[in-house]
Design a protein around this ligand. Structure first.
Ligand code: HEM
Ligand SMILES: *[C@@H]1O[C@H](CO)[C@@H](O)[C@H](O)[C@H]1NC(C)=O
Ligand SMILES: *[C@@H]1O[C@H](CO)[C@@H](O)[C@H](O)[C@H]1NC(C)=O
Ligand SMILES: *[C@@H]1O[C@H](CO)[C@@H](O)[C@H](O)[C@H]1NC(C)=O
Length: 452
């Protein structure tokens, strides 16, 4: 399978010098003869990489064009969208004002560095923050609107710019945010609870903190919504993760999360009568864990997911001091691979299912015992396209045609290479949770404690 993520990661390899030796050479810190050898070797390597990259890209773009044509023939792009040459095409009709994210360049880069526009400013009282530590951080640094009211395009662009996540992964995440609690025609959504600054064109826009669609049980540092505010940082829960990481050389890596997720699963299964571990739970809770050790380490040392790099995002909602983003884009295919490793490393199977009251766990019959990376990536697609009773924003339930046009135009093409069984993509319209997400007045987090 050749996803375009592979092409982008080759591109990034050619553009940056992730190797410390290369950085020394670039800075002029190597003896002249050594530097000359390095640049000569790299020039040769780059030509080879570029040729290979161009070939992969041509193939992908051809596949995208073919898929685009098929979508047109099937009438799936009724409101525009679709993927051509690695870029989403504009929307039309009711979605005309919905801006699409644009692919960004990838390279090792200090974030925010000395960029005056993007220094930390503590959130204003009127600003919204929620349960995604990285969105909160992006807002505190003005990579998305400091108010915490963002858009589909803005958050997907910031996700690439600040974390070096791939176009596909960032578009997917931001689309999920928009669908969970935003206003589809304008693309606006609140990164916390419902907010008057987000229009209600199709129905109430409730914000991404709303439980059920994107916000799920078993979050890393937030409690299950059954027990209270599911958006606020919970220091005890985070500290417990820290002590688990301590057992693994202080690494917030795959092994620590394999242990932590089993602990949280059993805890919720035994104590939360409404514990919901469905398809969305599977996709979201596994992805958010692998994201930590793929996005938050210093790009200069990509495998070192230590406290110094992880904690500032969580406890202060700011980038670590002198922090570099990853140099190569992290794709949906990469995510699927990491999810499989995480599940395979877990000491228990964590069977997906739902508590219908305590001591009454009903499995949903999903076998996650031996997934392939491709199947794991498809669970991400199913988190959106799934037909089981869902928790879609109320306005979308009454506008399934618009919803489907968006899904077809903005998301389906990214999953085409994985051959996911995503059926007729009408997400379940059963709204079991329609309350607005919690939005706190108190949104300044310093060292893990809210300052009011
Ligand atoms: C760009 C749009 C994004 C949106 C709309 C979004 C939204 C969300 C939502 C709704 C949750 C709650 C999930 C839950 O209930 O457990 C969440 C959690 C999380 N997100 Fe994001 N996210 C985005 C991007 C990212 C990126 C790029 C990363 C990469 C590190 C990331 C990392 C996390 C982590 C680690 C959590 C778990 C928080 C915790 O419980 O400790 N998010 N995000
Ligand atoms: C958070 O910020 C406070 C105040 O600036 C600082 O003392 C603390 O070390 C920071 N915590 C982390 C984990 O970076
Ligand atoms: C990141 O790496 C750079 C270069 O090695 C280093 O100067 C900086 O202190 C590191 N920052 C963190 C937070 O690890
Ligand atoms: C929602 O789901 C419940 C339980 O699955 C079912 O009894 C109810 O009829 C559904 N409501 C709608 C509107 O589909």
């Amino acid at each position: 399978m050749k996803s375009f993520g592979i092409a982008l990661s080759l591109a990034a390899t050619a553009m940056a010098s992730p190797c410390p030796y290369g950085q020394l050479a670039e800075r002029g810190a190597l003896p002249e003869a050594e530097a000359k050898n390095f640049f000569a070797a790299r020039a040769e390597g780059e030509a080879a990489v570029e040729a290979q990259m161009a070939a992969v890209k041509r193939e992908e773009h051809a596949a995208q064009a073919k898929y685009y044509k098929r979508q047109l023939d099937l009438g799936e792009l009724s409101l525009g969208g679709g993927l051509l040459n690695g870029v989403l095409q504009p929307f039309s009709g009711v979605l005309e004002a919905l801006d699409v994210p644009t692919p960004q360049e990838f390279s090792l880069k200090e974030i925010p560095g000395d960029d005056a526009e993007h220094q930390y400013i503590k959130p204003a009282k009127s600003a919204v923050r929620g349960m995604c530590p990285t969105l909160n951080t992006m807002a505190n640094h003005g990579y998305i609107d400091r108010s915490g009211i963002t858009t589909f395009a803005q958050a997907a662009n910031a996700c690439q710019i600040t974390l070096g996540f791939g176009y596909d992964t960032c578009v997917f995440l931001s689309a999920l945010g928009l669908l969970a609690g935003g206003d589809l025609p304008s693309g606006k959504y609140s990164i916390g609870g419902a907010d008057a600054r987000v229009p209600d064109t199709l129905g109430p826009s409730l914000g991404i903190s709303r439980h059920g669609f994107f916000e799920v049980d078993n979050s890393i540092s937030r409690i299950d919504s059954y027990f209270g505010n599911q958006a606020d940082f919970n220091l005890d829960r985070f500290n417990r993760l820290v002590s688990i990481a301590d057992k693994y050389n202080g690494q917030f890596g795959n092994s620590a999360f394999a242990e932590e997720r089993v602990l949280l699963y059993n805890e919720a299964k035994n104590n939360n009568p409404e514990f919901n571990a469905g398809v969305r739970w599977l996709g979201v809770t596994t992805a958010e864990r692998v994201f930590i050790f793929r996005a938050l380490p210093n790009g200069t040392e990509e495998t070192n997911a230590n406290f110094a790099n992880i904690a500032p995002f969580y406890m202060n909602e700011t980038f670590p001091h002198e922090w570099y983003r990853r140099a190569t884009p992290y794709s949906l295919a990469n995510t699927g691979t990491d999810i499989v490793t995480l599940l395979a490393s877990s000491s228990e199977l964590t069977v997906p299912g739902v508590n219908e009251g305590l001591n009454n766990f009903v499995p949903i019959g999903l076998d996650i015992g031996s997934l392939t990376p491709q199947e794991a990536t498809c669970f991400l697609a199913q988190a959106v396209f799934d037909e089981t009773p869902g928790f879609l924003a109320p306005g979308l339930i009454d506008n399934i045609d618009i919803l489907n046009a968006f899904l077809n135009g903005a998301l389906k093409p990214f999953f085409a290479p994985f051959n996911c069984a995503i059926g007729d993509n009408t997400p379940g319209a059963n709204l079991t949770s329609n309350g607005a997400g919690p939005s706190d007045e108190c949104n300044v987090l310093v060292n893990g404690v809210y300052q009011c």
